[in-house]
Design a protein around this ligand. Structure first.
Ligand code: EPZ
Length: 433
C-alpha cells in the first residue's frame, strides 16, 4: 500500500496546472449511456474513480477507450454505448465508487430498465439515494430493492414531471437531469443543486440535443429529445483540486499560480483566504483563467469561521483542507459541516500532528497557531487525506500519510504537482519506509 513521505517547512513557489473536475467527469461519463453514438470526453482527470466509472460503463455494454493527454494527468475517453440486454451495475464496482448510481437515470431513460447495486454508505456518511429513487418513481419508474440491488423498470417511457427535491442533492439533480434529457416534454426540477459540475453536465446534454434552461439557478427546465446524438466535450477544471492547492499555500506559505482555474467556481474559498490575509490575484492566461495566491513566510493568518453549504456556499469538499489551514491561523476558527453527518475524521489525525482543536457533532473549534510536528497519520477519505498532506507540508520533520489510495481516487499527480512547486514529498511503496 503506497504512502506519502513529507518533509515539512518548505514554502511553495511556482505554477500548478489544474486538471479536469472528477465530479464533472463522472456524470458526463454516465451521460454517454444516453446515445448509441460516440461521445468523446477530454480533460478527464487521470484518477481511480474515472477508471472505475469506465469499467462500470463497459459492464453495461459500452465500448470505451481511455487515452492519456499531455503530461498524463488527464485522459480522453471515447465511449459508444450500444447497450446490453440486461444492464446491471455490479456491487463489486459500485462498492468502490458510489457515484456509479449516476448510471440509473440514463439506463432507465434509454433502455427502460436497470439493475444497480445500492451504493451503501462511506466514511463521511450514510449517503442514501432516496431522492434519486423518489424522482424516478414520479417519472413512472417501478423501483424494487432486493438483495442489495435497485431493480428499476418502466412500462413504456419515463414521463416529464414538475419536481421539487426535498433536499438539495448534487447526484439526484444529475441523475434526473440526464433522464429528463431523453424524455419527451419539459421536466422542471426545483430546489436543484447549482454546483458548477451540474452546469458542465448540462452543457454536454445540450450538445447532445437536449434544451436546458435555468442554469446557475435552483430551477432547471429540461426539454428532452426522443434521441440524443454523440458529441465531443472537455470537462471543466477541478475547483476542489484547485482549492486544495490554494489551501496548501495558505498553510505552508509561498507564492503559487494555478493555471486553468476558474475563480467563479471558487468564490467562497477565495474570499475566505483573502480574509485570512492571503493575497489572491485573478488574471487571464494563455490556457484560460489563472489564480495566484501569496502568503509570505512568517506572515500571520487571521482566524476565520466557515460553514459548508450547497453551491454557491462554502463547499463541503474543501472543509477538511480549510481546517488544516486554520490550525495555523491566529485565534479561534469555528467550522460547521452542514452537508454530511460524519466529515470530521481528519480532525483526530490533525490532532496527532499537534493541531489544537475540538469537535462536537457538526462543529469543530480550531485554536491556532499550533506548532505541528511530523508523525505517521492515516487517510480515511479523499478530502481528509488532502488535509493531512497540507498539514504535513507545514509540520516540522517527517510526516507519513498512510492509505493514500483514498487520494488517488480524486487527485491526479498530487505529489508530482507539489514537487513542482518545491514541496519535499515522495510516494513510496507500502512497507518500504
Ligand atoms: C456529490 O456527492 C460529490 N460527489 C461529493 O464529492 C460532494 O461532497 C457532494 O456532492 C456535496 O457537494 C460527486 O459529485 C461524485 P449529495 P453526492 O447528493 O451527490 C443527502 C468528493 O470528495 N442525500 O449532494 O452523493 C446526503 O446524505 C465527493 O469528491 C440524501 O439524503 O452528494 C448528503 O447529506 C465526496 N438522499 C446531502 O444530501 C439522497 O438521495 C448532499 O448529498 C441523496 C443525498
Amino acid at each position: 500500500m503506497d504512502r506519502l513521505v513529507i518533509q515539512g517547512g518548505h514554502p511553495l513557489r511556482g505554477r500548478i496546472r489544474v486538471s479536469g473536475a472528477k465530479n464533472a467527469a463522472l456524470p458526463c461519463l454516465a451521460a454517454a449511456l444516453l446515445t448509441p453514438d460516440e461521445v468523446v470526453l477530454s480533460n478527464l482527470p487521470a484518477v481511480a474513480d474515472i477508471r472505475t466509472m469506465v469499467k462500470v460503463l463497459q459492464a453495461l455494454g459500452t465500448e470505451a477507450t481511455l487515452e492519456p493527454e499531455g503530461e498524463g494527468f488527464e485522459l480522453t475517453a471515447r465511449l459508444t454505448c450500444a447497450g446490453s440486454e440486461d444492464p446491471k451495475a455490479p456491487y463489486e464496482l459500485v462498492k468502490t465508487m458510489r457515484a456509479s448510481i449516476l448510471v440509473l437515470g440514463p439506463l432507465l431513460a434509454r433502455f427502460g430498465k436497470a439493475t444497480v447495486s445500492l451504493p451503501g454508505g462511506c466514511a463521511i456518511g450514510a449517503r442514501p439515494v432516496n431522492l434519486h429513487l423518489e424522482a424516478l418513481e414520479r417519472m413512472g419508474a417501478t423501483i424494487e430493492i432486493s438483495h442489495g440491488y435497485i431493480h428499476a423498470s418502466v412500462k413504456d417511457h419515463l414521463k416529464a414531471i414538475d419536481h421539487t427535491f426535498e433536499k438539495v442533492s448534487v447526484g439526484a439533480t444529475e441523475n434526473i437531469l440526464m433522464a429528463a434529457a431523453l424524455v419527451d416534454g419539459t421536466t422542471v426540477l426545483r430546489n436543484a443543486a447549482q454546483e458548477p459540475e451540474i452546469g458542465d453536465l448540462a452543457q454536454l446534454l445540450v450538445k447532445m440535443g437536449a434544451q436546458i434552461e435555468g442554469l446557475g439557478t435552483g430551477i432547471l427546465s429540461v426539454t428532452g429529445a426522443g434521441r440524443l446524438h454523440g458529441c465531443e466535450h472537455a470537462v471543466i477544471p477541478d475547483r476542489i483540486e484547485a482549492g486544495t492547492y490554494l489551501c496548501a499555500v495558505a498553510a505552508a506559505c509561498g507564492d503559487v499560480v494555478l493555471d486553468r482555474c476558474e475563480p467563479e467556481h471558487l468564490r467562497s474559498l477565495l474570499d475566505l483566504l483573502e480574509r485570512t490575509g492571503c493575497v489572491i490575484t485573478e488574471r487571464e492566461g494563455q490556457g484560460g483563467r489563472q489564480v495566484r495566491i501569496q502568503r509570505e513566510v512568517g506572515q500571520k493568518l487571521r482566524s476565520k469561521d466557515a460553514t459548508t453549504l450547497p453551491f454557491p456556499g462554502f463547499p463541503t469538499d474543501l472543509q477538511a483542507q480549510v481546517m488544516a489551514v486554520m490550525t495555523q491561523a491566529c485565534g479561534i476558527s469555528v467550522i460547521n459541516e452542514g452537508i454530511f453527518e460524519n466529515r470530521f475524521q481528519h480532525a483526530m489525525e490533525l490532532e496527532r500532528l499537534g493541531a489544537n482543536l475540538r469537535t462536537d457533532g457538526h462543529t469543530a473549534i480550531v485554536a491556532g497557531p499550533a506548532e505541528l510536528t511530523g508523525c505517521t497519520v492515516m487517510a480515511t477519505d479523499l478530502r481528509a487525506s488532502a488535509a493531512l498532506v497540507i498539514a504535513g507540508l507545514v509540520a516540522k520533520g517527517e510526516t507519513i500519510v498512510d492509505r493514500i489510495y483514498h487520494l488517488d481516487r480524486g487527485y491526479a499527480g498530487l505529489e508530482k504537482k507539489l514537487q513542482g512547486v518545491g514541496a519535499h514529498i515522495e510516494r513510496v511503496g507500502g512497507g518500504r519506509v
